[in-house]
Design a protein around this ligand. Structure first.
Ligand code: ASP
Length: 582
């Protein structure tokens, strides 16, 4: 037996017992004739004592050879500590060591294995196996496992079955580039790694499985904006014979269950807003509603004076910053600098101070009266003591900029509390979005999403206006899940491919299998997928998904630990009929 107990287990009640423990040397304290060692494993830390008087000099000599991260096994007696440590569960006891075995030595680790480490990001990624020994990383992985297990429990109780779908597939467009894998047996041909199991789960519905889920890896070859990973995990789900309402209820149920089981938080029924409302009110389709600061559109009440900046703008819109009148001139200038940074790109900002005595003072006093400003305050919900921040210009741009400002201010004001959860549904996404670059429509969600029946007639006349039965679940300003009711008849699917610019031949070549399946009695169906990494990070009160992935990639998509991607040798290339042209 390697061990009788873990290092997190022994208590005062165990005093007098002979035990065997194993683990890593966290640290040693050498008092000459007595040595203390903190022994660590996944479950905790237990203090060992090597004492020349009570055991032997030899024990102490052996203990002196121990270095950080050595793997050892000890046999000894549980004794009561003289000076107790109230901060750890095993703090009342220690082990008087009678036998020591060094199971493995260790080099000095390149960073400290402590909760607060001195290791930088890249170094910790390179030695991720050491990083995982640290509590914050270890606990995140345990937390992730718990979320996955609870998800499986809930969905399986609801009658979902978990089905694996292939990883070597043909491309399924979800808006990103595919990773491709050359096929040795089919010269010159390539598999794609799934951006999601989208078409497979639909085929499982045609196959009659009725309720499917899978915790599954997905692959997207995107530019890695902050906090994205080229491979990530989805809780992927699909249901047959359902309407949007059934899906919303089922997965609201899952999220509510997770919040309760994992975080002990009960949430009300999720608010539902439309995409249009979200854009108008928060400038964003994944609003953080833990705080207010709703947009107030001010065109009507600003465009009647000589202020040409506003007069020439498509949209004039403001938010009220609670307590913002307390900002000094310098702080406001700093905010203006912030929104002018290229990452945000605003040209400037107009502001109004709402004084405690009910008067107003603005940066455009030359053009507007107190009465005007009072109206702006009303529209943005500003109260005495607040600051109104106003941006103007092109509608889409201004909304994005003000939304960025809203989030930044909320962060500065401490309104984005990690242990508060504000989920909601965003509904009625547009079916298509116009892409200026390629000069054609793209599917906003994906090409298998069903138009709303009541908007079907617009497909020919005004496709950009067609809304989809598509929905996102949003939690604390992050899209944690999204899905749609699918098209399940060949005719509509063919129409959709046509709108997206596929010729009938291209559609047949790429999606013939799906169109064929639709000819054999496809049931109405729909589903959604959660981003597990992000969901776990948010439930864990954090926003960086990398911290919840055992072996993440860096911002250039590299695994710096195993050094991938890497070259392959000429023989391999030859076998695959590939020549490099670099
Ligand atoms: N496959 C979709 C996605 O990855 C989710 C869905 O429509 O179910 O976003």
């Amino acid at each position: 037996m390697y061990r009788t107990h873990s290092n997190g287990e022994l208590r005062i009640e165990n005093v007098g017992q002979e035990v065997i423990l194993a683990g890593w040397v966290q640290k040693t304290r050498d008092k000459g004739f007595m040595i203390w060692v903190d022994l660590r494993d996944r479950y905790g830390i237990t203090q060992l004592i090597f004492d020349a008087d009570r055991t032997s000099k030899k024990m102490v000599e052996e203990a002196k050879t121990l270095g950080r991260e050595f793997v050892i096994q000890v046999k000894g007696e549980v004794i009561e500590r003289v000076s107790k440590n109230k901060n750890i569960p095993t703090g009342e006891i220690e082990i008087l060591v009678k036998e020591l075995t060094i199971l493995n030595k260790s080099l000095v680790p390149p960073f400290t294995i402590e909760d607060e480490t001195d290791g930088g990001d890249e170094l910790r990624m390179k030695y991720r196996y050491l990083d995982i020994r640290r509590n914050p990383v270890k606990n995140n992985l345990i937390f992730r496992s718990k979320v996955a297990i609870e998800t499986r429990k809930y969905l399986s109780d609801q009658g979902f079955i978990e089905v694996e779908t292939p990883v070597l597939i043909k491309s399924t467009p979800e808006g990103a580039r595919d990773f491709v894998v050359p096929s040795r047996m089919n010269e010159g041909q390539f598999y794609a790694l799934p951006q999601s199991p989208q078409t497979f789960k639909q085929l499982l519905m045609v196959g009659g499985l009725d309720k499917y889920f899978q915790i599954v890896k997905c692959f997207r070859d995107e530019d890695l904006r902050a906090d994205r990973q080229p491979e990530f995990t989805q809780i992927d789900c699909e249901m047959a014979f359902v309407e949007q309402e059934d899906i919303l209820n089922t997965f609201e149920g899952l999220t509510r269950y997770l919040l309760k089981e994992i975080n002990g938080v009960e949430v009300e029924k999720f608010p539902r807003i439309t995409y249009e409302y979200a854009m108008k009110t928060y400038g964003n389709d994944k609003p953080d509603i833990r705080f207010d600061m709703k947009f107030g559109e001010l065109n009507d009440i600003t465009q009647h004076k000589d202020f040409s900046v506003f007069n020439n703008a498509e949209l004039v819109v403001g938010i009220a910053v609670p307590g913002g009148n307390a900002y000094t001139r310098k702080e406001i200038d700093n905010l203006i600098e912030w929104i002018k940074r290229p990452q945000v790109g605003a040209l400037g900002m107009v502001y109004v101070r709402c004084n405690d005595d009910g008067t107003y003072k603005s940066s455009v006093d030359k053009f507007y009266t107190e009465d005007d400003l009072a109206k702006w305050a009303e529209k943005t919900g500003a109260k005495a003591g607040d600051l109104i921040c106003i941006l103007s210009g092109n509608t889409d741009k201004v909304r994005t900029q003000l939304s960025a400002l809203r989030m930044e201010l909320a962060t500065r004001l401490g309104l984005r509390k990690p242990n508060e959860f504000a989920p909601l549904w965003v509904l009625d996404f547009p079916l298509l979005e116009w892409d200026e670059e390629t000069n054609r429509y793209h599917a906003m969600h994906h090409p298998f999403t069903s138009p709303k029946p009541e908007d079907m007639h617009l497909l020919d006349t005004d496709p950009g206006k067609v809304r989809a039965n598509a929905y996102d679940m949003v939690l604390n300003g992050n899209e944690i899940g999204g899905g749609s009711i699918r098209i399940h008849d060949k005719k509509t699917q063919a129409r959709m491919f046509d709108l997206l610019g596929f010729t009938p031949e291209q559609a047949k070549e790429q999606f013939g299998f799906l169109m064929n399946a639709f000819e054999y009695g496809a049931p109405p169906h729909g589903g959604l997928a959660f981003g597990l990494d992000r969901l776990v990070a948010i439930l864990g009160g954090q926003e960086t998904i990398r911290d919840f992935i055992a072996f993440p990639k860096n911002n250039s998509g590299r695994d710096v630990m195993i050094d991938a991607p890497s070259k392959i040798d000429d023989a391999q290339l030859k076998e695959l009929c590939l020549k490099l042209d670099l």
